[in-house]
Ligand binder design. Structure first.
Ligand SMILES: [Zn+2]
Ligand SMILES: [Zn+2]
Length: 306
């Protein structure tokens, strides 16, 4: 692993073949630093042809990620809030009263307020004012947060959704970072800690050469899944890998059985890759795979539909 990687080195105190860790929790400060750097690098990209592929948007996202890093550094996360969030995830977001629990849980609202404070100079004044005003109606904002947690993304305004997701994510990531290992991780299509969909599949390098983990779009946890098996339907009958050139670090793994695909980032080829920013780089590949009839299984929290 790179010295500045957000992936913790393997514990070498135990001699012999190391067991595969079911979960890997990121070093959040390094993850946010890497993600913001990668998003800033994308602002230099020459391909500006869609609303989600333009330097202004990438710069906005880089400021948003800077804000998440600052929140982790400046606001100590307390154990009681972490326990409430872990219980919410354990009971599932279909529970009645989710909105009320979110309303009473102020930590994510503080995260949203701080992110907006930092973003304000980088947004059009009217947009910033409207997004900050959302804090004046916390019950409505809690309802929107509940919709995001339930995966009903199309019911939330895309501009609000990106910032709201970032606020939830920075809290969920800290709450889950001490999550105990639960049964069934090896088959989990959604995050075994928080229930959110994966951003992408990572093939690790270094001490964990060749191991595949899915990365959570909400809490950033990585969970182990064996390779050669569809992450969605578990079939190994018809798995194909697509890439724009041979040995490309950005690939797509498609399954002919359930006709879905997931982006794969080969950290064994390029340890610098980062899943969320990588999702924007993969858009050309995504388009080609989708033309073949596959639909994306991964979820990019910075590219809400709308
Ligand atoms: Zn998660
Ligand atoms: Zn499948």
């Amino acid at each position: 692993m790179q010295p500045d990687s957000d992936i913790v080195p393997l514990d070498k105190r135990t001699p012999g073949v190391a067991a595969i860790e079911p979960l890997i929790f990121p070093r959040l400060d390094r993850l946010y630093t890497r993600r913001a750097e990668k998003l800033r690098a994308l602002t230099e990209s020459e391909e500006e042809n869609t609303p989600l592929l333009n330097s202004e948007y990438f710069l906005f996202l880089a400021h948003l990620v800077d804000g998440q890093k600052k929140f982790v550094e400046q606001f100590p996360f307390n154990a009681a809030d972490a326990a409430i969030i872990r219980n919410l995830a354990k009971d599932g977001y279909g529970q009645t009263g989710l909105e009320d629990t979110l309303l009473a849980l102020t930590v994510w609202q503080s995260a949203y307020a701080q992110l907006m404070e930092d973003l304000r100079p980088h947004l059009q004044p009217s947009v910033a004012t409207a997004l900050i005003a959302a804090l004046d109606t916390p019950a409505t904002l809690s309802g929107q947060a509940a919709l995001l947690l339930r995966g009903q993304y199309d019911q939330v305004d895309p501009g609000l959704a990106v910032i709201l997701w970032a606020a939830l994510s920075v809290c969920w990531a800290q709450a889950m970072s001490q999550h105990e290992v639960v049964a069934g991780i090896g088959q989990a299509t959604h995050c075994p800690c928080c229930g959110a969909p994966p951003v992408a599949s990572l093939v690790l390098g270094g001490d964990r050469e060749g191991l595949r983990y899915l990365q959570c779009s909400l809490c950033e946890t990585r969970w182990h899944r064996v390779r050669g098996v569809c992450v969605n339907c578990h079939s190994s009958a018809d798995i194909q890998h697509y890439s724009l050139y041979e040995k490309a670090p950005e690939q797509a793994e498609a399954c002919g059985e359930c006709e879905t695909y997931i982006n794969v980032y080969r950290l064994d080829y390029d340890p610098d890759l980062e899943a969320v920013s990588g999702n924007f780089v993969s858009q050309i590949l995504d388009g080609l795979v989708e033309q073949e009839g596959f639909s994306g299984f991964g979820f990019n929290p910075f590219a809400f539909p709308g």
